[in-house]
Design a protein around this ligand. Structure first.
Ligand code: HEM
Length: 199
């Protein structure tokens, strides 16, 4: 699901940039042709609507699986203020622990929750700008069409910012990348993995 989501997000972001170029939100700012998916806005839109199905079907499967198995509660909660302070302090000292890849630190939990909510927000604002007549109530709730469009662009920026940090950290701690390719460390009865690096 993670890698299918990576493919879907790549399609949605790069095709979104192609759509954006047709009518920029930020005056004078367009994305380079080499970064966009689709030859012209109409093909970018085709990619966007194609990618949408992968994103939504995969996303719904992930949310259903995680809620059903208790994965959300187990991995993303609880988040304590003390843990956040501790994680920030350890990070500034370059002492971030990553022996047990199945346990996320407090900042990781917050970032994962934020990016999941941003994904949901993208679907909601995307529906509003795709079918503004049929979803006129939703558009009104968001303000108006242009506000929904700007929120859709802002959501992309949050997700893109997350991806940059996420990939940079995965490169810094390569065993996480390996675990994501092979299915992760063996999980014991407690639900926690064995140390990723055995010394
Ligand atoms: C079900 C999910 C989604 C739907 C239905 C949807 C729909 C749309 C539509 C209809 C447009 C064209 C807006 C216009 O005419 O100006 C658009 C633009 C765009 N989308 Fe999506 N989208 C979805 C998800 C996403 C995701 C996940 C991302 C990125 C993470 C994304 C990024 C963009 C960007 C950057 C644009 C260009 C913004 C603009 O200039 O309007 N979309 N989307």
């Amino acid at each position: 699901m993670h890698w299918l989501n990576a493919v879907a997000m790549f399609i949605m972001i790069a095709s979104g940039w192609g759509i954006y170029n047709d009518f920029p939100i930020i005056r004078g700012f367009v994305f380079s042709d080499s970064l966009r998916l689709g030859e012209g806005a109409e093909w970018s839109l085709n990619w966007h609507f194609g990618g949408m199905w992968l994103l939504v079907i995969n996303g719904l499967s992930y949310f259903a699986y995680s809620a059903w198995t208790g994965r959300f509660r187990e991995r993303l909660l609880p988040i304590r203020i003390g843990d956040i302070v501790e994680t920030v302090r350890e990070t500034l000292r370059f002492h971030l622990a990553h022996e047990d890849l199945t346990t996320y630190n407090a900042v990781q939990k917050i970032l994962y929750i934020v990016v999941l909510l941003a994904g949901v927000a993208q679907v909601i604002t995307g529906l509003a700008i795709w079918k503004p007549v049929q979803f006129s109530g939703l558009v009104a709730l968001l303000g108006d069409f242009q506000t929904a469009r700007i929120l859709h662009f802002a959501g992309m920026s949050v997700i893109f910012g997350f991806v940059i940090v996420h990939v940079a950290l995965a490169v810094l701690v390569p065993q996480t990348l390996w675990a994501m390719l092979t299915g992760g460390p063996r999980v014991g009865p407690s639900g926690h993995g064995r140390p990723a690096v055995e010394s």
